[in-house]
Design a protein around this ligand. Structure first.
Ligand code: F6P
Length: 546
């Protein structure tokens, strides 16, 4: 047992609880009392204009939250992370995704070795390879130009590049078809390859460990598909398969030449890895220069998080607001609602980043937590959500803090007609946060002549908290800025909750059990220790699949 006081017994925690019990002004009152609130509660980081004025907080709330951050030494842990200390305690690893975007002359040491030159060496190799694929210099086994790239990976080896590819489509080489296969359901690989010519297809097998069953199974099937299409010559593999991994031995065992392997390191967590070699498919799609612009965006927010004072530190503020709702208002979920079609996979990506990092129930020393940790993160792009689940956010019984992300300009390549639609999209964006915050009173509804029996139904209580993140345009740099903002927000929360945000033991049990159950499905083997419910389901499955 450590001597550190329990989080909930800290005076800074109980002060927040008292504060919560004492005052709960409505956002209407808060804005009425302070005309400068919007300005005061806006922070600008790089290209991001972050307005947190529509939150259920006062200066006092924010000061108390910062006191909690100070008491739990969030900035101390931050500095340890940036220094390369092994803050991933259960895996005894450094947490250095920030080194992936460090400038070439930076010095960041792990076990006495500066890792920055290695990072840049891999980036240079990736750039060279991506350039050769894009120019047509790298050809397939038969000499044909590569026109299709299929990334095979799952979790952090899929969600990041897949999300970023969608986000930056306007910057991609439109002559290349880029697809992402993750699901071990054979339908995924089938749909991704059914209309492709193997001679023109490059598979990028992305797996930190190179042991993940879904990825290895799909990669093996992809190799069979390729060889079947190219007459069975094993030599073809070298021109059509590259690997992104930390595990040279397993890559070799799979049959991929290490000359075609792009390396990263155990101090890069899977969900923090798409700016490492794991981003190769993205780099092929958008080109090395755009990829580096994205890294610059990440770095800009890293520097902000590292140096900005607490009062103006955006990841700290957003992290603390999440603590305020999750721990002091019983909010269970957090919605992320991008008003950009290109961010269609953004929230799915954040689900892994946030939920795999902070979905924990023991503290760093193994003691159980006695407070809520990470929220359920969910959401889809607006305005689609408005016509589906926003009803519950506006008038349901749950408190759902939400992030609204929007852009001042549509992407450049849209036609003028389609560009003109952007203002309508953004009108919805602004209208929603206004309606959520300020609602519509019963008096206002009555004043519209609504029949009395309908008034309650048409009243909006408001007071629903939102953050608005506005940027000029969705560029590679802005995407990097957004991702780093969320990475560090998640870090702040994990630090306060005193959990290890960098391991993911919770996914292990299911993997082990799947391995144990599989022989029962394929060979009908007995599986000792199956519970009665699962045993009956397995028996039913075996009967039905005949
Ligand atoms: O199962 C969870 C997980 O370990 C994630 O953390 C990771 O991103 C994913 O699996 C894929 O792992 P790998 O890159 O080693 O194939």
């Amino acid at each position: 047992m450590s001597d550190t006081p329990k989080l909930t017994q800290r005076p800074e925690w109980t002060a927040l609880q008292d504060h919560r019990d004492r005052s709960q002004p409505h956002l209407r009152e808060l804005f009425a009392a302070d005309p400068s609130r919007a300005e005061r509660y806006t922070v600008r980081v790089g290209d991001l204009h972050i307005d947190y004025s529509k939150h259920l907080v006062t200066d006092e709330t924010l000061a108390l939250l910062r006191d909690l951050a100070a008491a739990t030494d969030v900035f101390g842990l931050r500095d340890a992370m940036f220094r390369g200390e092994k803050i991933n305690l259960t895996e005894h690893r450094a947490v250095l995704h920030t080194a992936l975007r460090a400038p070439a002359d930076a010095v960041i040491e792990v076990d006495g070795e500066n890792v920055v030159p290695k990072v840049h060496a891999v980036l240079d190799r990736m750039s060279d390879f991506a350039g050769r694929v894009r120019s047509g210099e790298w050809t397939g086994h038969t000499g044909k130009r590569i026109k299709n790239v299929v990334n095979i990976g799952i979790g952090g080896s899929d969600l990041g590049p897949a999300m970023a590819y969608e986000a930056l489509r306007a910057f991609t080489d439109r002559d290349l078809t880029v697809r992402f296969v993750s699901n071990v359901d054979g339908a995924d690989l089938h749909e991704a390859t059914r209309d492709l010519d193997p001679a023109e297809t490059l598979f990028i097998v992305a797996s930190k460990t190179f042991t993940t069953i879904e990825t290895i199974t799909n990669a093996t099937s992809a190799r069979s598909w390729l060889l079947a299409g190219l007459g069975g010559d094993e030599k073809a593999v070298a021109k059509h398969f590259v690997a992104l991994s930390t595990n040279t031995e397993k890559v070799t065992e799979f049959g991929i030449d290490t000359a075609n392997m792009f390396e990263f390191w155990d101090w890069v967590g899977g969900r923090y890895s798409y700016d490492s070699a794991i981003g190769l498919s993205l780099m092929v799609a958008i080109g090395p220069d755009r990829f580096r612009e994205m890294l610059d965006g990440f770095r800009l927010v890293d520097e902000h998080f590292r140096t900005a004072p607490a009062e103006a530190n955006a990841p700290l503020i957003l992290g603390l607001l999440g603590i305020w709702y999750g721990n002091f208002h019983d909010a269970q979920t957090h919605a992320v609602l991008p008003y950009s079609h290109y961010l269609s996979k953004f929230t799915a990506y954040l689900q892994q980043l946030d939920m795999e990092s902070n979905g924990k129930s023991v503290q760093r020393d193994g003691e159980p937590v006695q407070w809520q940790t990470g929220p359920v993160v969910w959401g889809t792009p607006g305005t689609n959500g408005q016509h589906a689940y926003y009803q519950l956010i506006h008038q349901g019984t749950k408190l759902i803090p939400a992030d609204f992300i929007g852009f001042a300009r549509p992407v450049a390549e849209l036609s003028d007609d389609l560009k003109a639609q952007h203002d309508l999209l953004m009108a919805n964006f602004f209208a929603q946060t206004q309606a959520l915050a300020f609602g519509k009173s019963a008096e206002d509804v009555r004043a519209e002549g609504v029949a009395e029996e309908q008034v309650a139904h048409r009243t909006f209580h408001g007071n629903h908290p939102t953050t608005t993140i506005l940027a000029t345009e969705l560029t590679p740099s802005v995407l990097g800025q957004l991702i780093a903002l969320y990475e560090h927000k998640v870090f702040v929360q994990g630090a306060i909750w005193n959990i290890d945000s960098f391991d993911q033991w919770g996914v292990e049990l299911g993997k082990v059990l799947a391995k144990r159950v599989e022989p029962a499905l394929t060979e009908g083997a007995d599986v000792p220790g199956l519970d009665p419910s699962t045993a009956a389901l397995v028996a039913a499955y075996r009967t039905l699949r005949k």
